[in-house]
Design a protein around this ligand. Structure first.
Ligand code: MN
Length: 391
C-alpha cells in the first residue's frame, strides 16, 4: 500500500493591486489609505496561515498595480513578503499583466536577484517542484509576460508534459477564462487581455488551478477545480457588493488518489457604497438625499452618491451633501450629478438611434436645437444630397 503524500495545504490569493490610489485619502504620515488596506489584508493572510500551520502562499499576479512601483510601494511589498517568511511560508509570486514592463525587469525581479530563500518569482512557463512542510508539490506557472509570445494553449501543453502523477500538482495563471463572471471593475480592463476557454481547463493533470486577473471570487470549472480568488480589497465602487478575501486549499493524497477541498476566507475590506437618488420633480431634494445617506451604514465607508435630477428642479448644494456624508462617518464622498436635459419632454439620450440618419437628425433638432428648426428642411436636403453622393 502506497502511503501517498498526505495533505498539502496552501493559500491562493491574487490581484492585490498594491499601489493603486483612487482618492487623496492619507494617514497621518501621508501614506495613501488604499496601500494600508491592502497591507492589512495581506497581513491577515499571514496571520491566518500561521494560526493554521499553512506553509505555502500562491500569489497569482497583479500583486502590484504597476510595473514601476514607487520605492514606498516596493518597500511595503517587501514588508509583506517578510511577514510571510516570518510565518515560515514559501511564496510563489506569479507575474500578472499589471507587472509586465514594456522593457527591462519587472518589479519582483529583485527577489530573484537577491535569491531570497523561500520566495519563487514565477516569470516563466515552468514547473517548480517544491517541498512544503516535508511534502512535495508541483507548481506549474503561466505568467502574463510569457503570454506575450506564446498562446495559453501552447504554454499549457508545455507544463502539462512536465507533470508527474506521483505528486500533487497545481497550475497558477493570470488569465481571463471566457465565461468568468466579471467583477464590476473588470469590464473596462479586458478587451486586450489574453483569453482562454474553460474547455482547455478540463481533465488537466492538476488538482487545483489557481487563477488571477478577474476580481470576483468564483469557481469557473471543475475536474480540476479552477478558481479565481478575486481581489483582496475592492478596487472600485463597481466591486461594492463583492466579498473580498483569499482561498484556503487542501489537496489530499492517499495511495494513488487525490482529492481537493477549498474554502474562501473573507477579509475586512473597506466598504464601497453607492446610493442612487432620483429627485426629479421632488421638493426639497437635498433633504431626500441626506435621508437616504442617513439610512445607510456609511461609517468608515467610501460613498458614492448618484443623483438624478432635472435642470429646473430647485437647486441643491453638492458641498452640503458631501459634508453630510462625512458627518455620517463616510471616509470619502464622491457625487455623480446627472441632470436631465429636458424636463417634461422626451429625453433624447434615453432613446436609441432609429437606423435612419434623417430621422435621428430631425429628432435631434426638434428636441435639442430649437434655433435650427427653421433650417431643418435645408439641413435634411444637404444630408440627402450627401447620401446620394456617397452611395
Ligand atoms: Mn490582471
Amino acid at each position: 500500500m502506497v502511503e501517498g503524500n498526505g495533505i498539502v495545504r496552501f493559500i491562493h490569493t491574487a490581484d492585490w493591486h498594491l499601489g493603486l490610489t483612487k482618492t487623496s485619502l492619507r494617514d497621518k504620515n501621508g501614506m495613501p489609505k488604499e496601500y494600508i488596506w491592502v497591507k492589512n489584508s495581506a497581513t491577515k493572510i499571514a496571520d491566518y496561515a500561521e494560526e493554521n500551520g499553512i506553509k505555502l502562499a500562491l500569489l497569482c499576479g497583479d500583486i502590484l498595480q504597476s510595473h514601476k512601483p514607487s520605492p514606498t510601494v516596493e518597500n511595503l511589498l517587501a514588508e509583506i513578503i517578510d511577514r510571510f517568511i516570518d510565518a515560515e511560508m514559501k511564496v510563489v509570486y506569479l507575474i500578472g499583466n499589471h507587472e509586465v514592463p514594456s522593457w527591462g525587469d519587472h518589479p519582483a525581479k529583485i527577489y530573484d536577484t537577491l535569491d531570497i530563500e523561500g520566495v519563487i518569482i514565477a516569470d516563466d512557463i515552468a514547473v517548480h517542484n517544491l517541498e512544503v512542510d516535508g511534502k512535495v508539490i508541483q507548481i506549474a506557472t503561466i505568467p502574463s509576460n510569457a503570454l506575450q509570445n506564446v498562446s495559453f494553449d501552447d504554454a499549457l501543453a508545455q507544463v502539462v508534459g512536465q507533470i508527474s502523477e506521483k505528486y500533487p500538482a497545481v497550475l497558477m495563471s493570470h488569465i481571463f477564462v471566457d465565461g468568468a463572471k466579471l467583477s464590476g471593475s473588470d469590464i473596462s480592463l479586458l478587451p486586450n487581455e489574453a483569453h482562454t476557454s474553460p474547455l482547455v481547463m478540463k481533465n488537466l493533470p492538476f488538482q487545483y488551478v489557481a487563477l488571477g486577473h478577474i476580481h470576483r471570487y468564483q469557481q469557473i470549472s471543475s475536474e480540476p477545480v479552477a478558481v479565481y480568488s478575486g481581489s483582496l480589497q475592492r478596487t472600485s465602487f463597481a466591486e461594492g457588493s463583492e466579498t473580498k478575501g483569499f482561498v484556503d486549499v487542501e489537496i489530499f493524497h492517499t495511495g494513488d488518489e487525490f482529492s481537493t477541498e477549498y474554502h474562501f476566507v473573507p477579509v475586512d475590506a473597506t466598504k464601497f457604497i453607492t446610493v442612487d437618488v432620483d429627485i426629479r420633480g421632488i421638493e426639497d431634494g437635498e433633504r431626500r438625499i441626506c435621508e437616504r445617506i442617513s439610512a445607510l451604514p456609511v461609517e468608515g465607508a467610501m460613498l458614492k452618491v448618484k443623483i438624478l435630477r432635472r435642470r429646473d428642479d430647485e437647486k441643491i448644494s453638492l458641498p452640503q451633501i458631501r459634508k453630510w456624508g462625512r458627518e455620517k462617518g463616510a471616509i470619502y464622498v464622491t457625487i455623480e450629478d446627472k441632470v436631465e436635459r429636458n424636463s417634461g419632454k422626451e429625453d433624447l439620450f434615453q432613446q436609441k438611434p432609429t437606423g435612419s440618419i434623417i430621422a435621428d437628425v430631425e429628432r435631434y433638432i426638434d428636441l435639442e436645437m430649437p434655433g435650427l428648426v427653421n433650417k431643418k428642411k435645408e439641413i435634411i436636403r444637404i444630408i440627402e444630397e450627401f447620401n446620394r453622393e456617397v452611395n
